[in-house]
Design a protein. Structure first.
Length: 248
């Protein structure tokens, strides 16, 4: 829903889904096709995942704003340098969009998955929402795309689900896993070996499914125990630990 702030330009933060272009919602596709200004995030030297997903719906004559991350996985996210640089990036990106919004331009900010589920768009929304009209268009999340591809019985009846970042310390992760029937673990990267050990100690390693680039052309779905533990986990990867409940 659009908020009550009235300004010349409207910021629409659009979730474009997990990777398969056909998983964009009708509303997301319509707003992308109508947008005169499209903004999106991208790693250095890369096209931008959200931009690639929405490519068929973007006008040739629209203005594109590429928001390039200064860094991604080069240093840990809890490193002071990372926090300083990424905060400065979001501040500068918000200022770029504010200039256009203030000039009366509507902006479609494309975000992979759902924009406010661990999404970069949330950081710009928080910085611009008080001064400009904004709208959030939800999208199919990466994890829902992945659990559909894994074809696992994620939850039944009164089962509970927890979503965990793999950056948690092992003790905290183990405690949270112990309190629920199912889990999704994100942000694997260099944390995969730690997560494997936590799952093994909890007796859940054999239950875990590893999904890499879910719904994309390079998709890989396999039991975590079948994956070489020495291989690093790429950015687009997660684990799903489904419920052990019986069928009904």
């Amino acid at each position: 829903m659009t908020n009550d702030v009235t300004r010349a330009g409207v910021l629409r933060v659009i979730g474009v889904g997990p990777g398969d272009p056909e998983l964009m919602t009708l509303k997301a596709a319509r707003l992308c096709a109508a947008a005169g200004v499209v903004a999106y995030f991208a790693k250095r030297g890369e096209r931008g995942h959200a931009r690639a997903i929405a490519a068929n719906h973007i006008r040739r004559d629209c203005e594109e704003i590429r928001l390039e991350y200064p860094l991604t996985t080069e240093i840990p996210s809890d490193d002071p340098r990372y926090r300083r640089e990424i905060a400065a990036f979001y501040k500068d990106a918000a200022a770029r969009l504010a200039g256009l919004l203030g000039a009366g331009r509507d902006i479609a900010l494309l975000c992979e998955g759902d924009p406010i589920f661990y999404g970069s768009g949330l950081h710009l929304l928080e910085r611009l929402d008080a001064d400009f009209a904004t709208e959030i268009i939800p999208g199919v999340s990466g994890m829902s795309g992945c659990w559909a591809r894994a074809r696992l019985p994620l939850l039944r009846g009164s089962d509970c689900l927890v979503v965990l970042p793999a950056t948690l310390d092992a003790a905290t992760m183990a405690a949270k896993l112990a309190s629920v029937e199912a889990a999704v673990i994100l942000k694997l990267g260099r944390n995969l070996s730690k997560v494997r050990k936590v799952l093994e100690d909890a007796g859940r390693l054999v239950d875990a499914a590893y999904i890499e680039r879910g719904t994309m052309a390079e998709e890989c779905v396999m039991p975590l125990v079948a994956r070489d533990p020495a291989l690093p986990a790429p950015y687009f990867s997660l684990l799903i630990i489904p419920t052990r409940g019986s069928r009904r």
